[in-house]
Ligand binder design. Structure first.
Ligand code: AKG
Length: 262
């Protein structure tokens, strides 16, 4: 598979086939430095131009199969003690395209299914157990935000989220991150409230262009995708992993994300 990977990954910058080489080790070290500093690592131009063009065309070619949803949730997690303390909610509004819409030879599917790529992520995240999911719908989905769509401030239930930006919005749609602000688990801080209110000076607005791979630990860091404005569109692939092999999501999660369970 390593040969085929050069059609997917920009090997000039990120030669994942050279495992064990000095350049590979330097890449891993630089990713660790980024994660240690802010809880996230950005790899610009990670995939080839043809990857981006083909996957966007693939999704655009079946626009009517996308599932648009709008929901409100506690940024702290609906089941958390913090959610009981304060009823504040943030909005998630987007159109999602399920994994089973990707063709067998889709470059996005081939990247997700590549063991070389999974091993690379595992090394960046420094975890012992890291597996791609076996979910036919949610494993690797594409999310489009346009016309005031957004993914409001939230913590993730787990670390190790991986996204690949396919298209940047012309206006809005920035990925914003407030590193390591969770603090005391059961008590909301002024800091968290000022972030959710978009007032905090420690919010980092990240530079992501099409082809940027982002790997982040979002369970301790509030983050969001700001509302997309002026008829533009942001398109991102969201890749899911698990600490156990053969993981599939519940039907409830599938229905929430994609409007169907099979
Ligand atoms: O769409 C993105 O870039 C971020 C996705 C995100 O925040 C998440 O999956 O938790």
């Amino acid at each position: 598979m390593a040969n085929g990977l050069s059609d997917l990954i920009n090997f000039k910058k990120y030669d994942l086939s050279a495992i064990g080489s000095n350049s590979y080790k330097a890449l891993v070290t630089s990713c660790h430095k980024q994660i240690d500093k802010n809880g996230l690592c950005l790899l610009p131009n990670f995939v080839t131009d043809s990857f981006v063009e083909e996957v966007i065309a693939e999704v655009k070619g079946q626009e009517e199969k996308g599932f648009h949803s709008e929901s409100w949730r506690s940024p702290f997690g609906n089941e958390s003690k913090k959610a009981q303390e304060n009823p504040v909610q943030t909005r998630a509004s987007m159109t999602t395209f399920a994994y089973d819409l990707l063709a067998p030879q889709s470059k996005l599917r081939l990247l997700y299914e590549s063991n070389v790529f999974t091993d690379f992520l595992k090394e960046i995240l420094r975890v012992d157990n890291f597996f791609k999911c076996e979910d036919p719908l949610v494993s690797c989905l594409v999310a489009s935000c346009k016309d005031n769509d957004e993914l409001g401030w939230h913590y993730d239930p787990n670390d190790g989220v991986v996204t690949l930006l396919l298209q940047k919005a012309d206006s809005g749609g920035e990925f914003e991150f407030a590193p390591n602000v969770k603090g005391v688990k059961d008590k909301i801080s002024e800091k968290e409230l000022s972030i959710i209110d978009n007032q905090d000076e420690d919010i980092i607005s990240l530079v992501q262009n099409s082809g940027t791979l982002s790997i982040f630990n979002g369970s301790n860091s509030l983050h969001r995708v700001a509302p997309v404005a002026h008829n533009s569109e942001r398109i991102v692939a969201i890749l899911s992993y698990s600490s156990v092999p053969n993981f599939t999501f519940s039907s409830r999660t599938r229905i929430n994300f994609l409007g169907r369970s099979f």
